[in-house]
Write a protein that binds this ligand. Structure first.
Ligand SMILES: Cc1cc2nc3c(=O)[nH]c(=O)nc-3n(C[C@H](O)[C@H](O)[C@H](O)COP(=O)(O)O)c2cc1C
Length: 284
């Protein structure tokens, strides 16, 4: 039994980091196994989610820490196929790839994670009060952080139930239109979407490697140069991953450069601040 576990642990770490960067001394248990096994799922079976799935994963999400216990997020579960199509369309408008994210429509449930200061804004506007704290960038960041932390708890819960997910940041491509479509109150916005469903076993996919811990983990201060060599090592694992799942040959650094240098990467998200300000966030 022990031997089998060790093999699985090694296999997971090998896929996560590539052969040359497997970290030593990893403690292993069922939860760690689940976390190390994560991969985004982009092909779903049409099966409905088992009863209670949404409530269960939202209970997991609500169990996450949240800033000052202010409860500043909401989630909208989209199950209506027509609405899913409308929502998928908003992510495509600025897309130079045309097809956008087809899994939004394929997955039985699409969750929209909303940073939501609207409730607390209403609660706070009493007598001559102005809810001035909510006008600051930090308040916006707080609600966004809390939304992200909660959603990741939902991911872990969903994956523990044998489901797959993919986050959809492209829900911010047309932040204005999606807000109208969902009838969102002021002081709220969609941070990202998340497709949830049963993974289609025919999808060609696997665990996606990450940068070595030598590049991301620092002790007692930031080591500014060490990551450079790690990137070269990472390229090997990255390339192997792409080859294995049939993606065209491209280096990780090329991906990074495109995402940093080319505004088309933003697919409309360059307008986000304007929309946020129209929605009440002053971002002072
Ligand atoms: C906030 C966020 C937004 C994302 N947006 C998209 C998206 O719009 N479309 C997509 O296909 N994947 C999206 N992803 C998935 C990432 O591409 C994926 O997590 C990353 O490539 C690592 O792969 P893995 O999740 O399989 O480990 C997003 C992930 C996060 C965390």
């Amino acid at each position: 039994m022990k031997k089998k576990q060790n093999n699985r642990k090694e296999q997971l770490l090998f896929q996560r980091y590539g052969a040359d960067s497997v970290p030593k001394n990893i403690i292993y248990n069922e939860q760690i196994d689940l976390l190390l096994s994560h991969r985004s799922v982009r092909k779903y079976l049409p099966d409905a989610l088992p009863d209670g799935t949404i409530e269960t994963i939202i209970a997991a999400a609500q169990s996450a820490s949240n800033s000052s216990n202010l409860n500043q997020w909401s989630v909208i579960a989209i199950t209506d196929p027509e609405l899913k199509s409308e929502i998928a369309k908003t992510s495509r408008l600025g897309s130079k790839f045309g097809m956008g994210n087809p899994y939004i429509e394929q997955a039985p449930v699409f969750l929209l994670w909303i940073a939501d200061m609207s409730r607390n804004n209403k609660i706070s506007l009493v007598e001559n009060e102005t809810a001035q704290v909510l006008q600051y960038t930090d308040a916006f960041l707080m609600a966004s952080i809390d939304t992200a932390i909660a959603s990741q708890n939902a991911v872990v819960a969903a994956e523990s139930l044998g489901l797959g997910i993919v986050y959809i940041g492209a829900m911010r491509n047309n932040a204005k239109e999606i807000s109208v479509l969902l009838n969102l109150p002021d002081y709220s916005y969609v941070v990202f979407g998340m497709a949830v469903g049963k993974p289609d076993p025919t999808e060609v996919s696997r665990i996606r490697p990450r940068l070595s811990q030598n590049a991301v983990l620092h002790y007692n201060g930031y080591n500014k140069d060490r990551w450079l060599d790690e990137v070269t090592v990472y390229e090997k694992a990255f390339l192997e991953f792409r080859e294995e799942i049939g993606l065209k040959n491209k280096s990780w650094q090329e991906t990074v450069r495109f995402s940093s240098n080319d505004l088309t990467y933003m697919e409309g998200r360059e307008n986000l601040r304007t929309t946020l300000q129209e929605r009440g966030f002053k971002l002072l």
